[in-house]
Design a protein around this ligand. Structure first.
Ligand code: F58
Length: 836
C-alpha cells in the first residue's frame, strides 16, 4: 500500500510551506496534504488505513481548499455592508455525494485523480466510499441543492437553511419483490464536509402560554412563557461555486437539549426521567419524514418546521445586527425564499420576533415581513397542502396562533372591502379552515405573508392561478409569476457524464458549463456523421457501464444494444409507473401470441422509493418485480424484453443512470406533475422523452422541437373535462381488446404465481375509478411507444434527435432559474470574491 510520496515525512515534500499544504493545487502538494490529513486527522498511516480512511483523508484535503474560499467569502460579505443575502429555507436539501462535485467546482478533478493514483489508490474507489446525505425525498429537496450550486456559481450571497436530520431518506432493499426500508445511518462514519458551530447556538421555545403586559412606555405587549426550550446548533457545509471563489454556506440545524441530564430527577431515583427530556428534545431532528406529496399533520413534523425556521430567522437577525444594521432595513438585506409551505410558519415567527422581542409596531413589522418572504409552490395535489389542527397548533405555538389570527383578521377585512357581497370568498380565503375541525392553512399564510408567489413550470403556474390559488391570484395578481425549474449542469453533465463533457468541450469550448445556452452551438454538428458517431459511442459506453452496475446489483444482465427505457422517480400513482407496466405487458402479450413477432429489444429500467405508508406505491414496486420475474425468464422472450427494478434509487445512482438512457419516461397524468426535474437531466444527457404535456415537459418539447419528443395522452384541460363529464374506465376495458387482454393477464395470477388476488387492489382502482386516467391514455401511450421503437430502428435518426435534445436544453440550467429569481423576486446582485 505504501507507495512513494505517501509518507508524512517524505523528505522531498518537507520543504512545502504549511499554508501551501492546505491550499495548493499542484499534484505534489495534494499528495502531501492527503497524507498529512490521513496522519493528523484520521490518525492512520497507509499500511493500516481502510478505503474509508483514504476517502476521509481526501475529503479533508478538499475541504481545506473549500474553507479557504469560504473564509474569504464570509469576510467579504461582512466587510461590504451592502450586499443582500438570499436565504433559501427548505426542510430538505438532497445534496448527493460531495467529493466529486467539489473536485469539479474547484477545477482539480484531474490533479486529484493523479495525486491519488500516484499514491497507489484509485479515485473512483474513493468516490464510492462516500455515504450521500439523503436529506430529502425527491425533486423538491434536490432542487434546493441545485439552487445552492447555482447561487454560489453566480456569486450571489446566499445561505441555505434547513434541518440536519440524523437519519435521512431510508435505504431501500427489495425482498421477494417488496420494498423494505432500512434506516439511513449516513453519519455513522462521520461527515467530513460539515463544521459544527456550537458557539452560534440559538434557543427555541415550545408550548406553554402567553400573557399580556404593559412595557416601559405603557404599550400593550405580549410575552410567551414556553413549557420548554430546545437548543438549535448549526452545522455548516460550504457550497463552492463552479470555478469562482464564492463559497456560500448550507446551515443545517440540530436539536439539542439545553441540559443533557436532569440531576434532580436522577437524585430522586428517576433514572429514566433523568435522560428522557434529552431524548425527546433530540427527536426533533432525528428523522426525515419519508412522505412525498402528502401531509400527515403530525406534531413532530410541525416541531421540525418551527424549529429550523426559528433558528434560521434568529440567525439572520443576529447577522443583520452584527453588520450594524437596524431591523427596519431587514427586508433590504435579506430575501427569504420559502421552499413550499414547510417553512411558512416563518411569517408568523418573524412577526413575533419583531413585535414581541424587538418591540416593533405591528404595521412596521408587517411591512418588513411581507417584503422579506416569497413563496414557491411545488404541487397542486390537494392531499399535499399542509394544514395543522388548531388545537395542535395552540398547544405547540400558542403565540403564533394569536399572531396568525391577527394577520387573518386584517387580511379578511381587506378581502371584505374588495368583495363586498361575497362571503363565500371569506371562508375560502381565510387562514383558518372552519368547514369542520378547525385548521390553519399554511398555503394561505404563505400567500398572505409573501410579496411573490411562483409555480415551478409554465403550465403549473397557470394552473395555480386558475385552481388552487385562484382567489389569491384574483386578489393580488401582481404577486404571481412563473419560474421554471432548472438543474445544475455541473453535477448532472460534467460530473455524471465525463465522456459527453469532453466531447462537447472539445467541439465548442468549456463556456457551456456556465452558460448552458451555448450548447446550441452543437446543432451545427448534427449533420456531421463523425460527430454523430462519437456521440453515439458515448451513449453506448455509458449504457455498458450501467449494464455492468445493474448486473452487479440485481444479477440481471442487459445487452447494451437494447433500447434503455428508464423511469426513475418516487413511486406514485400520478406518476403512473403502472402505465409503463401496462405497456410492458402489452409487448409481452404480443410476443406470447406470436413468438416470432419483430420487436425492438428493450430494457425497462425502474427505480424509486415508495413512502412507507403508501400501500399502492409499494404494490406497484412488487408489481414491477413480479412482471420482471415472468418476462425475464420466459424462453419465448429470448432476452428481447428485460424488466429491472434497481433498488435504492438515490442521487449517486441517478448520476450514472441519466447518461445511459435512450428513452426517458415522463408519463404523469397531465396537470399533476408540477414540473419534474429528472426530465431535464435525462434530456440534457441525450435521452429522448416519451411524455405527456405535463409540468416542464411542455417546455422541454418546445425547446427540443416537437419532432424530437414523443408526445401522447390527454392534455390537462381534457383531463379535467373528462372527469367533469363522468369518467368510466370500464368502458375502455370493454372496448379495447389489447387493454382487456392485459388486465385479464394480471387478474389471471400470471404475475403472482397463480395468486389472482395479489394485484387486485391496483386493478380494482383502475377498473372502478382510475383517478389518474391510465385507461384513457393507454392506447395513445402504446401507439406512441410503437413510434419510439420504429424510430430506434433508424439509429442515425435517433442519434440526431438525441444530439438535438442535448443541444437545446440550455434553458433548463438552474443558473437561468436563479437569475430569474434574482431579477424577479430577490433583487439580489452578485458580489465578486477575490482570491486572497
Ligand atoms: C416536487 N415536489 C414536484 N415534494 O412533485 C415536482 O414536480 C417538482 O419538479 C419538484 O418538486 C421541484 O419543484 C416534491 O418533491 C416533496 O417531496 C415534498 C416533501 C415534503 C412533504 C411533501 C412533499
Amino acid at each position: 500500500m505504501e507507495a512513494p510520496g505517501t509518507h508524512a515525512s517524505d523528505p522531498q515534500l518537507d520543504s512545502l510551506p504549511a499554508e501551501e499544504v492546505r491550499i495548493g493545487l499542484a499534484v505534489e502538494t495534494l499528495k502531501r496534504a492527503f497524507v498529512d490529513n490521513l496522519f493528523y486527522v484520521q490518525g492512520k498511516f497507509p499500511l493500516i488505513a481502510t478505503q474509508n480512511d483514504f476517502y476521509l483523508a481526501l475529503a479533508y484535503t478538499v475541504r481545506d481548499r473549500l474553507l479557504h474560499h469560504w473564509i474569504n467569502t464570509v469576510e467579504t460579505y461582512l466587510k461590504q455592508r451592502k450586499p443582500k443575502i438570499v436565504c433559501y429555507l427548505s426542510a430538505e436539501f438532497l445534496l448527493g455525494p460531495q467529493l466529486g462535485n467539489n473536485l469539479i467546482n474547484l477545477g482539480i478533478y484531474e490533479q486529484v485523480s493523479r495525486a491519488v493514483e500516484e499514491s497507489g489508490l484509485n479515485l473512483k474507489d474513493l468516490l464510492e466510499q462516500e455515504e450521500e446525505p439523503g436529506l430529502g425525498n425527491g425533486g423538491l429537496g434536490r432542487l434546493a441543492a441545485c439552487y445552492m450550486d447555482s447561487l454560489s456559481s453566480l456569486e450571489i450571497p446566499a445561505i441555505g437553511y434547513g434541518i440536519r436530520y440524523e437519519f435521512g431518506i431510508f435505504d431501500q432493499e427489495i425482498k421477494d419483490g417488496w420494498q423494505v426500508e432500512i434506516t439511513d445511518k449516513w453519519l455513522r462514519r462521520g461527515n467530513p464536509w460539515e463544521l459544527p458551530r456550537p458557539e452560534a447556538v440559538v434557543e427555541i421555545k415550545f408550548g406553554g402560554y402567553t400573557e399580556a403586559y404593559l412595557d416601559d412606555r405603557g404599550s400593550y405587549r405580549v410575552r410567551w412563557i414556553p413549557a420548554h426550550v430546545v437548543n438549535g446548533v448549526p452545522y455548516d457545509t460550504p457550497i463552492l461555486g463552479y470555478k469562482v471563489h464564492t463559497a456560500n454556506v448550507l446551515r443545517l440545524w440540530k436539536a439539542e437539549a439545553p441540559e443533557s441530564f436532569d440531576f434532580k430527577a436522577f437524585n430522586l431515583g428517576d433514572y429514566y426521567g433523568a435522560v428522557n427530556a434529552k431524548v425527546v428534545t433530540e427527536n426533533i431532528t432525528k428523522i426525515l419524514y419519508p412522505n412525498d406529496e402528502t401531509s400527515q399533520g403530525k406534531q413532530l413534523r410541525l416541531e421540525q418546521q418551527y424549529f429550523f425556521v426559528s433558528c434560521s430567522l434568529q440567525d439572520m437577525i443576529r447577522i443583520h445586527l452584527r453588520r450594524g444594521k437596524s431591523l427596519e432595513e431587514f427586508h433590504e438585506m435579506f430575501a427569504v425564499q420559502l421552499n413550499d409551505t414547510h417553512p411558512s410558519i416563518g411569517i408568523a415567527e418573524l412577526m413575533r420576533l419583531l413585535v414581541d422581542e424587538h418591540q416593533m409596531d405591528w404595521d412596521a413589522a408587517w411591512y418588513i415581513t411581507e417584503r422579506t418572504f416569497a413563496y414557491t409552490n411545488h404541487t397542486l395535489l390537494p392531499e399535499a397542502l399542509e394544514k395543522w389542527a388548531v388545537g395542535l397548533f395552540s398547544s405547540l405555538l400558542p403565540r403564533h396562533l394569536e399572531i396568525i389570527y391577527e394577520i387573518n383578521r386584517r387580511f379578511l377585512n381587506a378581502v371584505r372591502l374588495k368583495y363586498l357581497n361575497d362571503p363565500s370568498r371569506i371562508s375560502r380565503m381565510s387562514l383558518i379552515d372552519e368547514s369542520g375541525e378547525r385548521y390553519v392553512r399554511m398555503a394561505h399564510l404563505a400567500c398572505v405573508g409573501s410579496h411573490a408567489i411562483n409555480g415551478v413550470a409554465k403550465l403549473h403556474s397557470e394552473l395555480l392561478t386558475e385552481t388552487t390559488l385562484r382567489d389569491f391570484f384574483e386578489l393580488s395578481p401582481e404577486k404571481f409569476l412563473n419560474i421554471t425549474n432548472g438543474v445544475t449542469p455541473r453535477r448532472f453533465i460534467v460530473l455524471s457524464n465525463p465522456r459527453l463533457s469532453s466531447l462537447v468541450t472539445g467541439k465548442i469550448g468549456e463556456g457551456w458549463i456556465k452558460d448552458l445556452e451555448t450548447l446550441r452551438k452543437l446543432e451545427a454538428f448534427a449533420g456531421d456523421p463523425d460527430f454523430r458517431s462519437e456521440f453515439k459511442k458515448i451513449k453506448q459506453a455509458n449504457k455498458q457501464d450501467l449494464a455492468f452496475y445493474i448486473e452487479k446489483q440485481t444479477s440481471i444482465s442487459l445487452n447494451p444494444e437494447m433500447l434503455f427505457d428508464i423511469q426513475v422517480k418516487r413511486i406514485h400513482e400520478y406518476k403512473r409507473q403502472h402505465l409503463n407496466l401496462l405497456h410492458i405487458i402489452t409487448l409481452y402479450d404480443r410476443i406470447k401470441r406470436e413468438p416470432k413477432t419483430e420487436i425492438v429489444p428493450r430494457a425497462f429500467i425502474f427505480g424509486g422509493k415508495a413512502a412507507p405508508g403508501y400501500f399502492m406505491a409499494k404494490l406497484i414496486i412488487k408489481f414491477i418485480n413480479a412482471v420482471g420475474e415472468v418476462v425475464n425468464n420466459d424462453a419465448d422472450v429470448r432476452g428481447r424484453l428485460k424488466v429491472v427494478f434497481l433498488p435504492d434509487y438515490n442521487v449517486k445512482q441517478a448520476q450514472s443512470i441519466y447518461p445511459a438512457a435512450d428513452l426517458s419516461e415522463q408519463i404523469s397524468t397531465a396537470g399533476y406533475e408540477a414540473s419534474g426535474t429528472s426530465n431535464m437531466k435525462f434530456a440534457m444527457n441525450g435521452a429522448l422523452t416519451i411524455g405527456t404535456l405535463d409540468g416542464a415537459n411542455v417546455e422541454i418539447r418546445q425547446e427540443a422541437g416537437e419532432e424530437n419528443f414523443f408526445l401522447f395522452g390527454l392534455e390537462a384541460e381534457q383531463v379535467l373535462a373528462r372527469k367533469a363529464e363522468g369518467y368510466h374506465p370500464r368502458d375502455y376495458y370493454d372496448s379495447n381488446l389489447r387493454l382487456r387482454a392485459v388486465i385479464d393477464l394480471i387478474n389471471s395470477g400470471l404475475f403472482s404465481r397463480g395468486d389472482s388476488t395479489l394485484f387486485r387492489p391496483l386493478v380494482d382502482v383502475l377498473m372502478r375509478y382510475d383517478p389518474y386516467l391510465l385507461f384513457a391514455d393507454y392506447q395513445s401511450y402504446v401507439d406512441c411507444q410503437d413510434r419510439v421503437s420504429e424510430t430506434y430502428l433508424d439509429q442515425d435518426k435517433w442519434t440526431k434527435m438525441s444530439l438535438l435534445n442535448t443541444a437545446r436544453m440550455g434553458k433548463f440550467s438552474s443558473d437561468r432559474a436563479i437569475r430569474e429569481y434574482c431579477r424577479g423576486i430577490w433583487h439580489a446582485e452578485p458580489v465578486k470574491i477575490s482570491q486572497e
